[in-house]
Design a protein around this ligand. Structure first.
Ligand code: HEC
Length: 201
């Protein structure tokens, strides 16, 4: 008799445990003062319920993709980002031609030239050479075909096209748009004109 009472209690207890678990892992069960855990204010960078988002297909301009961060107001540019918004055309022959109209927005100050030199010596000398004659180490080794001397090439293009080619690359030359910021690219443009004695055009 005694044994069966214990058995009964054990079964009853395990039933309670199992019922407790069957609510599922995501269910917090009964919560005391849930506002203390779940903020009414939006958490940054979180997904909204579709109702709040209005549209979750990316067409909603206030909450694209159902995320709660907002797009910048149309036509505005965040502080410090201006030079990323201008001088930014997709890679194409038309863009190369359109880039002719760009003038270097930086002055050829001592600082900009020094910065241009530093960046040039890091990124460009293996091919173009420290003197800009197109005889860098990998060219001299015979591992790389000809690289034009700036003195020959720069007079045939202009600073806008040079900036464009540094951004997107040209034929065998790789693109530096991701390695150098727009400001750094313009500094390098100043430097290569200065280095090769070509007047800015
Ligand atoms: C891997 C070798 C290599 C490196 C590194 C390289 N270039 Fe070039 N560059 C070339 C070659 C080759 C050309 C000629 C491309 C052509 O006209 O076919 C060229 C052409 C150019 C031109 C002329 C573009 C035009 O529109 O005619 C400029 C300007 C230039 N490079 C600047 C740079 C600068 C600045 C860097 C460093 C940020 C750099 N290059 C790094 C190989 C290189």
């Amino acid at each position: 008799m005694r044994k069966s009472i214990y058995t009964l209690l054990a079964v009853a207890a395990s039933t309670v445990v199992m019922v407790g678990c069957s609510a599922g892992g995501d269910n917090p069960g009964v919560e005391y003062a849930p506002n203390m855990y779940v903020s009414f204010a939006y958490e940054p960078m979180s997904q909204l319920a579709t109702d709040d988002a209005g549209s979750s297909n990316g067409n909603n301009t206030i909450n694209p993709y159902g995320m709660n961060m907002r797009l910048p107001v149309k036509g505005t540019i965040a502080r410090g980002q201006l030079d990323y918004a201008t001088y930014n055309l997709p890679k194409s022959n038309e863009s190369y031609e359109a880039a002719s109209a760009w003038k270097n927005p930086l002055a050829a100050t001592e600082y900009n030239l020094a910065e241009g030199k530093r960046l040039y010596n890091i990124n460009c000398t293996p091919c173009h050479g420290e003197d800009g004659l197109g005889k860098g180490t990998i060219v001299a080794d015979g591992k790389y075909p000809q690289v034009p001397a700036y003195g020959d090439r720069l007079p045939t293009i202009n600073q806008g096209k040079a900036f464009y080619s540094i951004t997107h690359g040209k034929n065998l030359m790789g693109a530096y748009g991701s390695a150098l910021s727009p400001k750094q690219r313009w500094q390098v443009v100043h430097y290569i004109y200065n280095l090769s004695g070509v007047t800015a055009n």
